[in-house]
Ligand binder design. Structure first.
Ligand code: NAP
Length: 318
């Protein structure tokens, strides 16, 4: 048996097509959604992430702005940047690219963002709304995982779902979204006892631990749906040999490049799972997609249709 591949790039394309239509309608009604990115210092990885987010805005017809405080920025100046963006009516979404330098209190900065513009869904107000199933902006990676499940018609209601990892940005919101969609959810973490046994009961597994190929194929109930959030760069040849022993092409690529990107689930799980997100090309493309979706949603909630916020619930809304 070989698992059905849950293609994140395909779903990104579907959602981008829907968003383009929505942006066109909003813009025609005088509301051009806009995202402002705050990029502190010159961390190359952060620069790359922000560049792709701005490119996605351009592709969709969203307005974008880039604010680049120096790496030496102090707390007060950082808060002033956020306050300016909170006040700017043309800005619907504020994205503070992490990590921030050590002299800046990250939590305080994120809490300074207006919850109505918190397109990363990190603000405690939005987390609270998610807990109670009320309208709000939901963290991008977990809402992207939900889109993958829904658009592939994987039954969530009544399913036993196991979430591996309990971080604020992935594991916890993921578990809440699954619970609101009527799954029976188990959340696992580094202190969970007998992880393989817990995973074996799952119809849906969401792995977000940051441990390359940790979930073994024989932990997976035959036919289960596996959403692999993990993004791990492997550089050790012995580790690559363990992960790619039946994938000569991937091993060859690893040898040529000296590294490979792998998820938290062992690649051989493709022979036990019923459906599986690949790494790369599964959850990865969904994070920026949902950032774009949240920006359009923020514009709609904030400016276009005040009634929307009264009628939508986080349980069903993207
Ligand atoms: P994180 O903050 O480091 O959290 C990791 C979680 O995994 C923690 O809750 C930890 O438990 C748990 N864990 C670690 N080892 C474990 C083990 N042996 N058994 C069970 N649980 C274990 O990580 P994160 O930010 O949530 O990210 C997780 C992974 O997803 C990373 O690989 C990250 O790169 C990836 N990610 C990908 C995207 C994307 O766009 N594709 C976005 C975000 C994150 P404790 O709480 O007990 O420490």
């Amino acid at each position: 048996m070989t698992a059905r591949i849950l293609d994140g790039l395909k779903i990104r394309d579907q959602i981008f097509a829907e968003l383009k239509d929505e942006v066109r309608l909003l813009t025609a009604a005088g509301v051009r959604p806009g995202l402002a990115a705050v990029l502190v210092g010159d961390n190359p990885a952060s620069q790359l992430y922000v560049k792709s987010k701005i490119a996605a805005c351009e592709e969709l017809g969203l307005a974008s702005a880039l604010i680049t405080p120096p790496a030496t920025v102090n707390m007060l100046d950082m808060l002033a940047v956020v306050e300016d963006l909170n006040r700017d009516n043309n800005v619907d979404g504020i994205l503070v690219q992490l990590p921030l330098p050590p002299q800046v209190d990250t939590k305080r900065v994120l809490e300074a963002v207006d919850p109505a513009k918190d397109v990363d869904g990190f603000h405690p107000v939005n987390l609270g709304r998610l807990v109670s199933g009320r309208p709000g902006l939901v963290a991008c990676t977990p809402s992207g995982c939900m889109e993958i499940l829904r658009r592939n018609e994987i039954r969530i209601e009544g399913a036993n779902a196991v979430v591996l990892g309990r971080s604020d940005i992935v594991g916890k919101p993921m578990a809440l979204l699954l619970m609101h969609a009527n799954a029976t959810v188990t959340i696992c973490h580094s202190k969970t006892r007998d992880l393989p046994e817990v995973v074996r009961r799952a119809d849906i597994i969401v792995a977000a631990m940051g441990k390359a190929g940790y979930v073994e194929p024989d932990w997976i109930k035959p036919g289960a749906a596996v959403i692999d959030v993990g993004t791990n760069r492997v550089t050790d040849p012995a580790e690559a040999a363990r992960l790619f022993r039946n994938f000569p092409e991937r091993l060859e690529k690893f040898r040529a490049k000296g590294s490979a990107l792998v998820g938290d689930v062992h690649p051989h799980a493709i022979h036990t799972a019923g459906a599986l997100t690949p790494v790369p090309g599964g959850v990865g493309p969904m994070t920026i997609t949902m950032l774009m979706s949240n920006t359009v949603k923020a514009a709609r909630l904030r400016r276009a249709s005040p009634r929307f916020s009264a009628t939508q619930s986080t349980a069903g809304a993207r």
